[in-house]
Design a binder for this molecule. Structure first.
Ligand SMILES: [Zn+2]
Length: 495
């Protein structure tokens, strides 16, 4: 069984890279084929502790898409210090500094005369030392994807952020046309058409019921957006093939079906036979004559690729479906689509996208009595602790570092994708908990997204939360300096 599991993990790694290359090919024509998808990672409660050491490949995929899409030199900007008060930073003993000058191009990543910003801890594995590489070449980038966990064998000097203007870009004519068309088609209005499910026949009924329960609860709370088709993928490859076909017929015009079958279709097949499950992706197919939304979910399966109907798994299925429906809801409120990659303020920043969805997942789980408030609060406590560990390991790195493609690429060149994933999930989640305490649940769930439609994510943030994005980062970084007990208290949670 051990060797089978190892094989599965090896396959998973190889596939991850394959998916990345497929996605990079499609990224350049992203707006042409007119769909956007949001891969997601949802680990069951018992797995969440391992999240930082065993990230889900979908997370890699998401990050890689954005990185490859940006096409901006990682060292094209100037650096700036975070506004958090400087804490004296001293490296642990016996660090073996890596002879790579991060500052060579003139862009300062860290405050070190020789530009050696990262080093191996005394305990670092030889495998990491032999394989992990900094640098801009394709091979270097591959090693950082393939050996991403090696950053946990390293120490990093405090990161100096890239300075960016956070001015929302003027709308282009094409964005205005897209918005007028989508609004005329009712894209951003609740629809009378009920959600449709396509369910693999090999999924046990309790899992199907739990998944539908999650979806319906989310629709009840947020409104019915769509037309939406939900695909529940099991572990049988033949059945998954039928779902892939249905998905591609629903989301693509006929002349792009082959492309879809090789891309998202392949992802659906791999969900059935490689990935352990508990994950999904959402897609907004907004350039179709009749635009639609979809969500694909693969319930958790064990290392023998068997589904489980334990209550813990069913809770996870409810939560995943509610979470993904929140992405459908976000997608419906996004009408000024097709902004240039260099534009700011329209394509939602990662931590807002994921943070709001996790906040919603927590809220609906409590309101629907899927989980006790103690286990819901435990997730907050866990994420606060994860952020503490993160800040110790990657000092100076913050949510302010992933607003633009250029920033994200620069951060990736520094500490790899694990850094980026934590900022969108754990940091994003806590940021929305914090914003909800400062305003209200309804502000976060409804008012913000209502304003987002016309203003874009950044200007809507400023209007609804009454602070600029940059000011919020400074405020939130001060919150991060508090002890976990003080943070829980500030979030209204009994420590
Ligand atoms: Zn998500």
């Amino acid at each position: 069984m051990g060797s089978k599991f190892r094989l599965m993990k090896t396959l998973l790694r190889a596939t991850c890279l394959l998916l990345i290359s497929l996605s990079s090919a499609s990224a350049s024509e992203g707006h042409e084929h007119g769909s956007e998808r949001l891969p997601d990672v949802h680990l069951k409660a018992t797995q969440e502790n391992q999240k930082t050491s065993a990230p889900n490949p979908f997370l890699s995929l998401l990050n890689s898409i954005a990185l490859l899409r940006s096409g901006v030199s990682p060292k094209g900007g100037t650096s700036q210090s975070n506004t958090v008060p400087d804490v004296i930073w001293t490296p642990p003993a016996n660090v073996e500094w890596i002879q790579y000058d991060f500052n060579a191009s003139g862009d300062q990543f860290c405050d070190a005369v020789d530009g050696f910003c990262a080093g191996w801890l005394e305990t670092a594995s030889q495998e990491c030392k032999d394989n992990y590489r900094f640098g801009d070449s394709v091979q270097d980038t591959q090693t950082r994807l393939e050996y991403e966990g090696c950053v946990y064998d390293m120490v990093f000097r405090p990161y100096l952020s890239m300075a960016v203007e956070r001015e929302t870009s003027e709308l282009t004519d094409s964005q205005k046309e897209n918005a007028a068309r989508l609004k005329a088609l009712g894209w951003n209005q609740p629809s009378g058409q009920p959600v449709a499910f396509r369910v693999a026949s090999d999924i046990p009924e309790p899992i199907v019921e739990a998944s539908k329960e999650g979806m319906f609860a989310a629709i009840d709370l947020l409104g019915n957006y769509g037309p939406l088709r939900v695909y529940l993928v099991g572990n049988d490859l033949g059945v998954a093939e039928e779902l892939a076909n249905d998905f591609c017929d629903f989301n693509y015009p006929p002349d792009q079906k082959a492309y879809c079958l090789a891309d998202q279709g392949e992802a659906i097949r791999e969900m059935a036979y490689i990935y352990p499950g508990g994950n999904g992706f959402q897609q907004s197919s907004w350039t179709l004559d009749a635009p639609v939304q979809s969500f694909v979910h693969n319930p958790y399966a064990d290392e023998n690729n068997q589904h489980s109907t334990d209550e813990g798994e069913l809770i996870s299925d409810r939560r995943v479906n509610a979470h993904e429906y929140f992405h459908v809801y976000q997608g419906a409120h996004n009408v000024y689509r097709g902004a240039d990659d260099s534009a700011f303020g329209w394509a939602t920043t990662r931590w807002v996208e994921e943070g709001a969805a996790i906040y919603f997942e927590q809220l609906i789980s409590e309101r629907s009595n899927w989980q006790t408030s103690a286990s819901i609060d435990a997730r907050v406590w866990q994420d606060l602790n994860a952020m503490k560990a993160f800040t110790t390991r990657f000092p100076g790195v913050s949510m302010r570092d992933v607003d633009t493609g250029a920033q994200t690429e620069r951060l990736f060149s520094y500490c790899g994708e694990l850094c980026i994933g934590a900022l969108q999930y754990e940091f994003g989640h806590i940021a929305f908990q914090y914003l909800a305490v400062k305003t209200s649940e309804d502000t976060v769930l409804f008012d913000y997204w209502h304003e987002y439609t016309e203003l874009g994510w950044a200007n809507a943030f400023e209007k609804v939360f009454d602070r600029s994005i940059a000011d919020f980062y400074t405020e939130f970084e001060a919150f991060l300096l508090l002890s976990v007990e003080e943070q829980l208290d500030a979030l209204g949670i009994d420590p």
